[in-house]
Write a protein that binds this ligand. Structure first.
Ligand code: TRP
Length: 439
């Protein structure tokens, strides 16, 4: 439940549709699903297995499975990178979550006859971004500091079905509108000439790792909480399927909704005939949709954005957990002190991103999600596949999964994390760097 709460968040409902539009539609969707199966699921399993085997956080877990001093140092270094990347991800994530919070209040404000407030809440500005990012950061830190995460996670798993239902209802409405069919085609019929474009591949890979919260030690920590009698491959598969399902559903809503907006005269293509899809995409498309539903639309907007904030919260607490666990163990701080100090440092980073948004936002997103997360995930795969002894690996998975040695999982997965995942990640990485340099 907690791992699903971490995985399902803004990455599914904001990130995935935005990236799909950015990368031209169905070709991206296809490669995303392919990467979830061949890269992200095996990497998720590597994190869960290392976590349950060592019962530690990433900085201590990786050196603890290594024997040679050099490998131990590489492990601690990768763990520290995970702490930094997780904090940087939270720095931009809290800004986007703040937009969702502001949007909860925007339509009630306009209904109360406060159009100036309503547009301040809905429109992009330094003051709004900063204030709501601060509010969301305080919310995240209080949950982590007070140790009420369990409660929040239980709550949110009860509420998530409502969010899914709401997305399904909105999708069925959107699909009856003029223009939707064209959007559906863009979403579902891949343009195969684009499928191997290096930028599309690296974006799809980054999105898969981001959506499953991989590479930074979040899932490793959750692995360390899993009981011995749980079937790890099954737990991992359920988390990956739930996460991918929500993303695909959100895309089915947003991409057709963009084309419904086009039919109403909204510009959605730029001069190069590419879809316009900045980070604010869903906040341009969804309010149009809610407005077209009249008074009911206002209530739906409030419910929708509230559920988004809760989904974002269960993800952000899992990100903050990574530096907090490290700081409290390493500097022997109390949990609450560690939380407020790391929270403040992360908010300072958010503030920098808010002030230099055009310059920093996309850069931080790209560096953390497209490059750092896959590379760190490759290190985790190498640790699970090469450093952790094969018998220990097998024993770990066998607990909770009898006869795993005769399963397909055991035939395929170890080869995957030893060879396929690290090589594929490195090849895509190099290819993307080369095309950037030559572009
Ligand atoms: N996966 C979450 C989402 O889709 C975000 C997230 C939570 C995350 N913890 C993470 C991303 C750790 C990267 C690393 O919204």
């Amino acid at each position: 439940m907690a791992a699903t709460g971490s995985a399902v968040g803004l990455g599914n409902i904001w990130g995935f549709p935005t990236q799909t539009a950015n990368n031209g539609g169905a070709a991206f969707v296809l490669m995303y699903v392919a990467f979830v199966c061949v890269l992200a699921y095996p990497a998720l399993m590597a994190e869960l297995v290392i976590g349950r085997h060592t019962r530690r956080n990433m900085v201590n877990a990786l050196p603890s499975v290594a024997a040679k001093p050099l490998v131990k140092s590489i492990g601690s270094f990768a763990g520290l990178c995970g702490v930094i990347v997780s904090s940087l991800i939270l720095a931009f994530y809290a800004i986007v979550a703040g937009w969702m919070m502001a949007n909860i209040l925007s339509s009630p404000a306009s209904a109360l006859g406060l159009p100036a407030y309503s547009s301040w809440l809905a429109d992009f500005s330094v003051s709004r971004n900063l204030i709501f990012c601060l509010l969301f950061s305080i919310l995240t830190a209080s949950v982590v500091a007070n140790g009420v995460r369990d409660g929040i996670e239980r709550w949110s798993t009860r509420l998530m079905p409502t969010l899914i239902l709401l997305i399904i209802l909105l999708t069925s409405y959107v699909l009856t509108q003029e223009g939707a069919v064209r959007g559906l085609k863009v979403y579902l019929l891949p343009d195969f000439t684009h499928i191997f474009s290096p930028q599309l591949l690296i974006s799809a890979m980054g999105q898969a790792f981001f959506s499953l919260s991989l590479g930074v030690g979040t899932m490793l920590i959750y692995g360390s909480y899993i009981r011995e009698d749980e079937n790890l491959p099954l737990v991992g598969a359920l988390v990956a399927m739930a996460d991918t399902g929500v993303a695909l559903l959100a895309g089915l809503l947003i991409i057709p909704a963009m084309f419904v907006a086009l039919a109403q005269g909204v510009q959605i293509y730029d001069i190069n005939n590419a879809l316009i899809a900045g980070p604010g995409l869903i906040l341009q498309v969804l309010p149009l949709l809610f407005n077209s539903l009249g008074l009911a639309g206002m209530a739906i907007a409030v419910i929708f954005f509230s559920l988004m904030v809760i989904a974002a919260l269960t993800s952000s607490i899992s990100m903050l957990e990574v530096p907090v666990a490290f700081a409290s163990e390493h500097f022997q701080l109390s949990r609450s002190k560690a939380t407020w100090i790391t929270g403040a440092i992360i908010f300072a980073n958010s503030a920098c991103i808010v002030f230099y948004f055009d310059f920093l936002f996309d850069a931080v997103v790209d560096i953390t999600t497209k490059y750092s997360q896959p590379l760190l995930a490759a290190v985790l795969c190498i640790f699970a596949g090469w450093v952790l002894h094969r018998d220990r690996l097998l024993n770990e998975i066998r607990s909770g999964y009898n006869n795993v040695e005769f399963s397909w999982f055991w035939k395929i997965w170890p080869v995957y994390i030893r060879f396929v995942c690290p090589l594929l990640i490195i090849v895509l990485f190099i290819q993307s760097i080369l095309t950037r340099l030559t572009a």
